[in-house]
Design a protein around this ligand. Sequence first.
Ligand code: NOJ
Length: 548
Amino acid sequence: MANWWKEAVAYQIYPRSFKDSNGDGIGDLNGISEKLDYLKDLGIDLIWICPMYKSPNDDNGYDISDYQEIMAEFGSMADFDRLLEQVHARGMRLIIDLVVNHTSDEHPWFLESRSSRNNPKRGWYIWRDSKNGAEPNNWEGIFKGSAWEFDPQTQQYYLHLFTRRQPDLNWENHDVRRAVYDMMRWWLDKGIDGFRIDAIAHLKKEPLLDDVPNPDKLRYAPAMKSHLNYDGLLDYVDDMSRNVLQHYDIVTVGEMNGLYAENAEEWVGEHRGRLNMVFQFEHVRLWEPEAGLRPEPAALKRIFTAWQEALEGKGWNALYVENHDLTRITSRWGDTEHYWRESATCIAALYFLMQGTPFIYQGQEIGMTNTRFEGLEDFDDVSAKNMWREMAEQGKSEEEIIAFLTNTGRDNSRTPMQWNAWPNAGFSDAKPWFKVNANYEMINVASQQQDPDSVLNFYRALIQLRRQERTLIYGRYVLELEGHSQIYAYSRMLEGVEFVVLCNMSSKSARWSEAELSLDGARFVLGNYAPVEETYRLHAWEARVYKL
Ligand code: NOJ
């Protein structure tokens, strides 16, 4: 079924690092408003902004202390309303982050809940007695350390899957759900166009909160099995959908770690009435250090193809390769040393033209790269700091820790947006809250706007092409050259129209034969090397799109 959000190209904004309008070194809502023409011109239809709510910023806004208030550093509710109005005036749409697995420990709900054991909101969070003088169970939090924090006043522990300042809401509690739904309706009635639902995979916990097996005899054991996509989670999604989502013409994207292609339809099947899309994590797992630095094309083919096939005619994919929790894709999958532009554009073509709604993370469209860290003081992210502490306790050297965090740390994607070659990369007139990547004089929006061959103009061309060709939106995906070790190729087909996308995911040239995939009579429509020199050979990181 055709839908506006299927035809849309989405752009993710991390407000703190996007554009500072008032000279305090911190990005803000008016800064986003200033850049709407840039986004419109790029071809963006849908904007997702990461949390802009009131927050003590333990996890940069993912710890919310008031869902109906804007973080003072980002502006005011009037600024938000103006932003929304200006987005709509340009024919674009806006979705916001819905963070309801947890609140901040400064949220009034939690303050009440922790005030006494018989407070009416005690059951809004997950409180337990200690067990044998220790935590109620051995669960490790997602950001390391115990998932429990002791509250001296009431002598119990509360559960927090993320930082200790992000207590988990108790989704078993009907009053919690009612309060969350009221808040969601309040935003929807304001006119926002949907939600990206944070950490939805973790809402449901193993009911007994039992210890997890701990063969390695760790102090706390990884406990994902007890709260990641746990049995019964979909009942919560159905409840939210029945009570809120179904009553609005909106788009929803759930952040869904722990979901695999074979079960994707349960979540986003069109007849299910649950979510429209999920951000699945299977390809993200290939980021993990133990998976090596650059994934094999075979692994990418297996994962993306499984998702494309699982949802064909049944549901819809959210396509993404970057976000604020990941390192920069060109640093991760590409070759920034020898083929920065080529690999940035090749990866763009690879994911962008599959079936689904493509999301671009701020800076991805200019090929921003990972940054450099020299010491602990260069990190901001709470999870990086926790990791630092843990690795130091394990006896790792400073060099080893920095090397690890350089390849994996979320701070890489949170450096200020590189607008131009002026001081602070044009992000702010003041010293930015977080160090600008040293390469901003080379990689920035202003210079790429002038350059017809830039990464930015390649993204623009991809967006235009997708917009002109229904086949590239709705067409069926078919993997081509399946066994090729360098080339990722696929076609898209709709009502007799066919496109072929070819991407050489390596720093060496790559050949295939006409017998394997013929381009006889095909018309070249887009590529990152021009002109085409040899039909059946791709240069390093060359990407081409043909219409058959
Ligand atoms: C996922 C968000 O994307 C991440 O940034 C955040 O730290 C956690 N959820 C906790 O809210």
